[in-house]
Design a protein. Structure first.
Length: 181
């Protein structure tokens, strides 16, 4: 099994990422990765440049996007096919129409149930008062995405890390969600 980075932010995520898409693809290819996923914050803008770079490097590019829903839930979405990519583009357009030019406004009920999107629920941001995803978010994830739902197991290397990771594993089991590291 080969490693694949599933959460990479480029310079297209203003104030969140710094590297050019081509640099990230080149680095992944140099490290021997078979694929790389770009998940900019509410943007698919890096994909054309990344796609060309991935073609040249001979690695697979996975399309994704990172969203922060109105309840604060951080979520990664990946389209399974071209129709799902179109649905993801419509979702972002809808979110920006309801929000503003810097931040889309999307809630769980805005997510398209018919789209073949894969979802990875992330833990709240480091430093946030919540260390674990909310029970309501886990239930929504499982209900909306069924077998296309995952819970991220992302280490933060803090002093309480073993307990936090154990709690994430327990949450995943309770909600019948596969873990993804």
């Amino acid at each position: 099994m080969q490693a694949v980075e599933l959460e990479i932010t480029t310079c297209h995520s203003f104030l969140r990422g710094a590297s050019q898409p081509e640099e990230l693809v080149h680095t992944a290819a140099t490290l021997g990765y078979a694929a790389i996923a770009l998940t900019d914050h509410a943007s698919l803008g890096a994909l054309p440049r990344a796609w060309r770079a991935a073609q040249d490097a001979g690695i697979r590019l996975l399309t994704g996007v990172r969203l922060t829903l109105t309840d604060g839930t951080p979520l990664l979405l990946y389209p399974a096919d071209r129709a799902a990519y179109g649905a993801l583009c419509r979702l972002l357009t809808q979110g920006y129409a309801k929000g503003d030019k810097t931040e889309p406004r999307l809630a769980w009920e805005d997510l398209d149930l018919s789209a073949r999107l894969y979802a990875i629920l992330l833990s709240p941001a480091e430093g946030s008062p919540e260390e674990l995803p909310a029970e309501a978010a886990l239930a929504c994830l499982r209900t909306l995405f069924a077998e296309r739902a995952f819970l991220a197991l992302t280490p933060r290397l803090g002093p309480r890390e073993p307990a936090r990771l154990a709690a994430l594993v327990a949450l995943a089991r309770r909600h019948r969600l596969p873990l993804i590291a």
